[in-house]
Design a binder for this molecule. Structure first.
Ligand code: SF4
Length: 510
């Protein structure tokens, strides 16, 4: 009876107020993306007068802490991010005391309701902080479905349009930068030149976002973000930094498309066994996962919701048309930013093509995680010859990813030539996961070489004959020269096709 009487109803988490008077000395913590995006987001906060800092990239120690302090059965991204926040605060508490930690820091994270753990991250953080005696620490949720949430509890933090739009444009700019970087580094002539260009570029973008003009708090700021050349100009400056990087794209390398759960495919570090750098060190070109694809998917999700209401809601058709129009504007904006980098960053896949490709294997209304996109993106990259191999990063204990791996068995049955490496990430089985990836990568390398040889036979050009043609066109040796997609997956094969075509045109003109 006593135990029953002591039982309390579950109450959803509500942060203690963060007031306008306090915000001057409170540092806002955030994390969970790659370092380029996080640095630029820090600048977005600073632009709006906040103090902000990204958490350090999560480590194996954070994973262990997350498992210990919250729910051991939760998916590994939840454990990584929970432990990451908990360890940071614990270390700070040892230096300045728990009360000062609760007073001087707050944390902001994306959240939603939904079919998977993503809807419960903040509950996990709260449990971990309670277990650390930091229950007065404040966590704030950025609802992914609302771009103008207004002032959070206490009024000190305003999750308004300038903040949300700044974050969105910051993500788009760093997406295209990351794309350019990963198409450059594998072919750089001078080791380290790409890294230097990326670091200078992130400084340049951060500076631009820190100085972003104030254009009001409502629709005027949206109109400005959509119409301005401000971000395009900042990316043109980035392009100038990459202009100086010399590349040799005649090296035959397999292209590996990264897919998987959002957090694991986005971060670069222990949470995904440093897979990006590991693949490059093994001789691959990485096709990274752009965050913009997920934002586009999220819009498609609204369309799908409205589609269910056709015949019930008389405005369903108009709502679908409106969201599709927003998607078109989104693609147009992304393409403007790509254009500033010479159209080298990969284009966004069409969401309805992804849905169509995935449809025989995974229903588009199954939500949670990336839904049908894992299947759709794998098939998109395969049938459009954008990659030789798919590396899917699947978190331990992730329900949506487990479903997509099951569905991929059907895909591979129908497309036996699709090279697919699902890597289960649980933080402590790195050798096993990477050796599994290496087996498929070996096949991908053979595939890239065969493709290159086929192109040599078709064009009659060998690398030895291609080299003088390349030397005669020094602009083609710049990182910012775009090699058109000629129908091959590999960069070297596409370059050979491009050189052959240019050579034929020159001969015809002579
Ligand atoms: S998609 Fe999977 S790993 Fe990501 S939050 Fe949901 S359950 Fe966890």
């Amino acid at each position: 009876m006593t135990a029953l009487a002591d039982t309390q109803h579950y109450r959803t988490y509500k942060p203690k107020p963060l007031t306008k008077e306090e915000i001057g000395h409170v540092e806002i913590l955030f994390g969970g993306l790659h370092w380029r995006a996080e640095r630029v987001l820090q600048a977005v906060f600073e632009n709006l007068g906040y103090k902000a800092r990204p958490l350090p990239t999560a480590t194996r120690a954070d994973l262990s802490a997350g498992r210990e302090l919250a729910d051991i059965g939760q998916c590994c991204p939840t454990s990584f991010t929970t432990g990451n926040l908990a360890n940071f605060l614990k270390n700070r508490a040892q230096e300045i005391g728990k009360e000062n930690v609760a007073r001087n820091y707050a944390y902001i994270t994306a959240g939603s309701c939904g079919a998977c753990r993503f809807g419960q991250y903040h509950q996990s953080y709260e449990l971990a902080l309670r277990n650390l005696g930091l229950e007065y620490f404040r966590l704030f949720l950025l609802d992914q479905g609302r771009i103008d949430q207004g002032a959070a509890s206490g009024g000190g933090l305003d999750i308004n349009m300038p903040l949300t739009l700044g974050a969105m444009w910051g993500i788009l700019c760093t997406d295209v930068l990351q794309n350019l970087e990963y198409q450059t580094r594998p072919y750089e002539v001078e080791a380290g030149a790409t890294q230097r260009a990326v670091e200078a570029s992130v400084d340049c973008l951060s500076d631009a976002f820190r100085k972003r003009p104030n254009r009001g708090k409502k629709w005027s700021t949206l109109v400005w973000h959509l119409s301005t050349d401000y971000f395009v100009e900042a990316l043109r400056e980035v392009k100038r930094k990459f202009d100086a990087v010399e590349v040799n794209r005649l090296q035959c390398k397999p292209v590996v498309k990264i897919t998987g759960e959002f957090y694991l495919q986005t971060v670069e570090g222990d949470p995904n066994y440093n897979i990006h750098r590991w693949l490059e060190s093994e001789g691959a070109e990485v096709f990274p996962a752009s965050i913009a694809v997920w934002l586009d998917y999220w819009m498609r999700f609204y369309v799908q919701n409205f589609e269910e209401y056709r015949g019930i809601d008389r405005y369903a058709g108009a709502k679908i048309a409106a969201v599709k129009a927003i998607q078109k504007v989104f693609h147009w904006t992304y393409n403007r930013l790509r254009g500033a980098l010479g159209n080298i960053p990969h284009e966004l896949p069409d969401q309805y093509e992804l849905r169509r490709l995935a449809a025989p294997y995974f229903h588009h209304r199954l939500s949670g995680g990336e839904g049908d996109m894992l299947v759709g993106k794998a098939l998109w990259a395969h049938v459009n010859k954008r990659a030789h191999m798919i590396c899917e990063l699947s978190p331990y204990a992730c329900m949506p990813n487990t479903m997509s791996i099951g569905a991929m068995a059907g895909v591979v049955g129908k497309h036996p030539d699709l090279l697919y490496a699902p890597i289960e990430v649980k933080g402590d089985a790195e050798v096993h996961a990477l050796s599994r990836c290496q087996m498929i990568l070996t096949e991908a390398k053979k595939r890239a070489v065969k493709e290159f040889v086929d192109v040599m036979e078709r064009t009659g050009l060998t690398p030895e004959e291609a080299q003088p043609l390349l030397d005669a066109n020094p602009q083609m040796k710049r990182a910012t020269y775009r090699v058109p997609h000629g129908g091959a997956a590999g960069t070297a094969a596409n370059l050979l096709l491009h050189l052959a075509e240019a050579n034929n045109e020159r001969r015809a003109a002579a």
